[in-house]
Ligand binder design. Sequence first.
Ligand SMILES: Cc1cc2nc3c(=O)[nH]c(=O)nc-3n(C[C@H](O)[C@H](O)[C@H](O)COP(=O)(O)OP(=O)(O)OC[C@H]3O[C@@H](n4cnc5c(N)ncnc54)[C@H](O)[C@@H]3O)c2cc1C
Length: 143
Amino acid sequence: MMKHWIADVVACSDGTQVSAQAMRKLAEYNIPLRTEPIRRIEGADGELTKILFKSGPDLPRAGLFFTTGCRQASDLSERLGCKRNAKGGVIIDPDTEESDASGVYVAGDASRDVLLVAVAIAEGAQAAVAINKAFLRRDGCCD
Ligand SMILES: Cc1cc2nc3c(=O)[nH]c(=O)nc-3n(C[C@H](O)[C@H](O)[C@H](O)COP(=O)(O)OP(=O)(O)OC[C@H]3O[C@@H](n4cnc5c(N)ncnc54)[C@H](O)[C@@H]3O)c2cc1C
């Protein structure tokens, strides 16, 4: 995605091993990889200027994107009997947000790969509509 914004992109793994699949992808997009552990980053006037590694040359940079990882912290959905995918997200019906545990609706980061406030709000609204419909159906007020 970053290649759409700027051509000069370098990936840094900070000493962690990079999978063969990720290396192939980086090569495909002509993104150089620096695997050395990062010693520190330096800046001036509040702006990044360079990345310094434990070995090898410094890397002048004007911007840095990083990931902190993401995992499901609560086991509530599991205890309620909801099926979860390999990433720990609750598997839901995308039309109603209902999980495969009947009557359990899940919205927001707990259920999806797209981790955005707007998506969480939309899923909450969708779940509310589906819950209301389920009550109306139960009471014989709609099909
Ligand atoms: C660093 C960072 C930057 C982000 N930047 C953006 C951005 O710029 N724009 C954007 O749209 N989105 C951004 N997001 C994503 C956004 O924050 C989430 O998509 C959104 O907050 C999801 O809302 P949610 O209600 O599903 O979960 P959350 O906001 O995570 O709310 C879950 C709540 O449940 C509580 N909780 C967890 N376990 C338990 C438990 N066992 N018992 C009781 N309470 C519990 C937590 O404390 C938390 O308050 C960012 C996320 C991160 C981490």
